[in-house]
Design a protein around this ligand. Structure first.
Ligand code: RRO
Length: 321
């Protein structure tokens, strides 16, 4: 089956990437998974200054997924440029690498991009505007505020010619204005979704399971939220979409393709089994063979709504209600 696509002006060899925050900068997982077999990866989010991150425990599992509050632990933009990007350049030339960028302020994103942009080895940026654990100073997360989002995306657009993908949040009341703002400001693609704010208590100690208190929820419980968000975004834009949230098996990825995603990312499943992403790819191929699908393009945006067009109000009422 044909899984190769041309996206963001380049050849993307396979539609499965590792999600930000689940594979470090590639080197950390190279010994346990065959990175050459997948389509690419997104690095841990990079901030201007190094960050230690939040107190342990930083992750907590529950029956349907996981909570995390890592708190953006990362070495900072200068060390990423000097120590992480050279390894990526020398070892990951066959796959597509996006550097995730995060910050408290608009200017922080712009400075990180200015520091990294002259380096080789990566394709583009995934702007993390939706971290639930380390929010924008003095406001909503950027991904919930179209004006603030516009400032970041337009500012980065003015500083790089590389592809820019914008990572959005699952808890936006209405994705349409956010998607349209990202596109108008110069985004080349969108990633949907980041983790959903969540909290779990230990009922005996009465304390939160995470050292930081609340966190971001991911894993199978997030899947239908992510698929829904991709589908909603696809109604407002024709930019390429990257689906993430609860992709554990090949068939989960196919759901994202049907909703309109061209690529998927595997996150939490890699913590359970570091070889999840290449396995998902193998399962996509097997599923396609059994169902006589010859190319990924047959799936993308091909979700069926009982013969009705998904954008008709009747169907929205059925699907949403
Ligand atoms: O570092 C984190 O705690 C974190 C980030 Br930046 C993010 O975007 N999403 C998430 O679930 N955790």
């Amino acid at each position: 089956m044909e899984l190769r696509q041309t996206l963001f002006g380049v050849d993307v060899p396979a539609p499965v990437l590792l999600a930000a925050g689940t594979c470090g900068f590639g080197e950390e997982v190279a010994g346990v998974t065959d990175l050459g077999r997948i389509g690419g990866l997104v690095t841990k989010s990079v901030t201007l200054e190094p960050r230690e991150g939040n107190p342990a425990p930083r992750v907590a599992e529950f029956d349907a997924g996981m909570l995390n509050s890592i708190g953006l632990a990362n070495p900072g933009a200068h060390r990423v440029r000097d120590e992480k990007l050279p390894w990526i350049r020398d070892h990951l030339s066959e796959i597509r690498v996006f550097v995730s960028v995060a910050g408290h302020r608009v200017e922080e994103y712009l400075e990180v991009v200015e520091i990294l942009d002259g380096s080789e080895g990566f394709l583009g940026y995934e702007l993390n505007l939706s971290c639930p654990n380390d929010t924008r100073l003095g406001g909503l997360p950027f991904a919930l505020d179209p004006e603030a989002l516009t400032e970041v995306v337009a500012g980065v657009r003015a500083r790089t010619e590389r592809p820019i993908v914008v990572k959005l949040a699952p808890n936006a009341p209405d994705l349409a204005p956010i998607v349209q703002a990202a596109e108008a400001a110069g985004a080349d693609g969108l990633t949907l979704v980041n983790t959903l704010p969540g909290l779990a208590f230990d009922p005996v100690s009465r304390r939160p399971l995470l050292g930081a208190g609340a966190g971001g929820m991911s894993g199978p419980a997030l899947r239908s939220v992510g698929v829904h968000a991709v589908w909603r975004a696809s109604q407002s834009t024709s930019l390429p979409l990257i689906g993430v949230g609860g992709v554990v098996r090949g068939e989960d990825a196919v759901q994202y393709f049907l909703a309109g995603a061209s690529l998927v990312q595997v996150g939490t499943a890699s913590f359970w089994d570091p070889r999840s992403a290449p396995r998902v790819l193998t399962e996509i191929r097997g599923f396609a063979r059994r169902n006589r699908v010859a190319s990924i393009t047959e799936w993308i945006g091909a979700g069926q709504f009982g013969g009705l067009r998904p954008e008709t109000p009747e169907v929205e009422a059925v699907v949403d209600g």
